[in-house]
Design a protein around this ligand. Structure first.
Ligand code: CU
Length: 66
């Protein structure tokens, strides 16, 4: 399934890369695409990824789930 999220705190391509890496640490998540211009990201996963787990991974990297 595909999941789309909105993220706050990204300002440059380095941020986008950090967010991509953070999301890729989540079990089952693949094909992460970060859209810096629109403060978003989407990815594929076998099953819905818990919103709290996404928020925690982003928080650890210094960003936040919008
Ligand atoms: Cu940055």
């Amino acid at each position: 399934m595909k999941q789309a999220i909105e993220i706050t705190g990204m300002t440059c391509q380095n941020c986008a890369r950090h967010v991509k890496e953070a999301l890729e640490t989540l079990p089952g998540v693949r094909n992460v695409e970060v859209d810096l211009a629109h403060h978003g990201a989407h990815f594929e996963s076998d099953r819905a990824v818990d919103r709290e787990a996404i928020a925690a991974a982003l928080d650890e990297a210094g960003y936040a789930l919008a």
